[in-house]
Design a protein around this ligand. Sequence first.
Ligand SMILES: [Zn+2]
Length: 463
Amino acid sequence: MTDHRQSSLALVLVFLYCFAGLVFCSAPAEVGAEGSSHALLVPDDLRLPGVGEALLARAAAIATVYAEPPQVPAQLDVLPRPLPTSEPTPAPRVAMRTASFEPCPGIACYRIDIMRTIGDTSLQVDVDTLVFDLAAGRILSLADILLPSPVSLEAVSAIALAQLTEALSGEDEAAHALAARATAPCLGNFARFVLAGDAIVFFFPPATLGGDSVEVKEVRIPYLDLLPHLNIKVGYARAGDAASCLYIETVPPAGAAPIHDGAPALRIALTFDDGPHPAHTALILQELSKRRAVGTFFVIGSRAKDHPDLLRQIVLQGSEIGNHTWTHSDLTRLSPEQITAEIERTQALIEQVTGRRPALMRPPGGFYNRQVIEAAGLPLVMWSIDPQDWRGGDAGSVAQFIVDHAHDGGIVLQHDPRISSYESLGQVLDVLSERGYRFVTVSELLGLEGRTATQGEVWHRLK
Ligand SMILES: [Zn+2]
């Protein structure tokens, strides 16, 4: 931040204060339990590129709306009407109280509470928010968080309405009608939000809920409850612990500069079979998250049904789930109908739990024939790098085999139940990252994303 920019910011502040009677309180408002709260305009915030300017622009817009009585839209004017009097109505004072917090490094969220005072009456009239992706240097809107489909917004709308309806129990019909209107599935209704470590928190100011409501209502929706609709990846240092959130990664807008510029990265897909494992799968996810890597988990349906949370954490982390049949039988010994049943039962379970239908399968033991290929209905994914971890080798030798045999376009085979699956991972990820590898899902490696799955394909590697 140059001296010039600092002084121009100070000038804007003075201008706002004089123009609107604007007050920036230093007392922080609390937003959820995460992170620390502090005042809006502290030097640390201003040093982050773009944040200070964005906040000032937002503050200026708010001040314009609330400072002059004629400019306040009727539906926002919740103050009691003054009785007719010969005395001139005192000018309103607008005060803002702000809180900022970081759910994880790289994401800064701001909540701005707006209070309006006329005479002796002071009420909170609005709340605004700003979510900043510091790495990308851009403000995130809900359109960056959800998949671009009306269905995504409808899902948010339904959950928000259910929560508000519960909070309004005992209120009259009019209050419920307003809640329904405030949560109707349009982006504008959900523009006031912040990101917590494990959830999106939406705010509904008094004006949107009307009636006697004088407080901001919060709706908190866990990421895991929005799984089929999210367009973000969230990684944790400890599974299920919001405070250990390592990153919330958004998809860059179309036309944005690629994150991995420079030399084209080598790509490799790590795959983990026979899970989910009650202890190891979460540890594998943590090792991947610590390095912002993803993998592909070929799960056995009969095991997966007991661990729906693990399936959901795999998807939230950005990793992929593949189908490894329901009973882990040798498919070459089954009838076409039995093969289809093995696959389909597992597909249905995974779709029911995560909202996503696997695009890949791996035949148990790697056994397949023409009949298996035809009956599977999904591309078969084998592997090109097999450390034979099932022989019980220690993590060091498994890791050494993988890095010695790694190649661009390769697919690595490991198994969740082996301890080496997560113990070898740190070394594999570190060494291969150093060599220029990027870790991708099998679908990304093979270019299958967004493509309708075709049967009759068998993949061992990309190239
Ligand atoms: Zn297997």
